[in-house]
Design a protein. Structure first.
Length: 114
C-alpha cells in the first residue's frame, strides 16, 4: 500500500458509510482486492444514472477522484457494457453503487478533495 493512501477495502467501506449516514443507498456491486483494487463508483440520483467516478494515481503521486465512463443519463445497457468491460480488464476492481439525494454535490465534493 502506498503511504497516505487508504486500502481499497477501507475506502469502499467509508464511501458506503458516508452514504448510509446521509440516509442514502449504497451497495457493493463487485468486491475487488481489499488492499490494492481500483475503485469505481456508480453515482445515481433517485435511480437515474448520473456519473461514474474513479480513483486514479496522478502525476504528483497522489490519488484523485475523476469522472469515467458514459455521460449523464446514459442508457442502462451502455453503463452495463462499460462496467462489464472494466471488470474483464481488472477483476480486482471494486464497483460501488451510490443512489444519493444530491449526486451533483457529492461528485463536486469528491472530485475536488485531495
Amino acid at each position: 500500500m502506498t503511504a497516505g493512501r487508504l486500502s481499497s477495502g477501507v475506502e469502499a467501506a467509508g464511501l458506503i458509510r458516508r452514504a448510509e449516514v446521509a440516509g442514502d443507498f449504497a451497495a457493493v456491486l463487485h468486491k475487488g482486492d481489499p488492499d490494492r483494487g481500483a475503485l469505481l463508483i456508480v453515482v445515481r440520483g433517485r435511480g437515474r444514472y448520473v456519473a461514474c467516478l474513479e480513483r486514479s494515481l496522478v502525476a504528483d503521486g497522489r490519488y484523485r477522484w475523476g469522472t469515467a465512463g458514459p455521460g449523464e443519463s446514459a442508457p442502462d445497457d451502455e453503463l452495463a457494457e462499460f462496467l462489464a468491460k472494466r471488470l474483464r480488464f481488472d477483476p480486482d476492481l471494486w464497483l460501488i453503487e451510490l443512489d444519493i439525494a444530491e449526486p451533483e454535490r457529492f461528485i463536486a465534493e469528491t472530485t475536488s478533495a485531495g
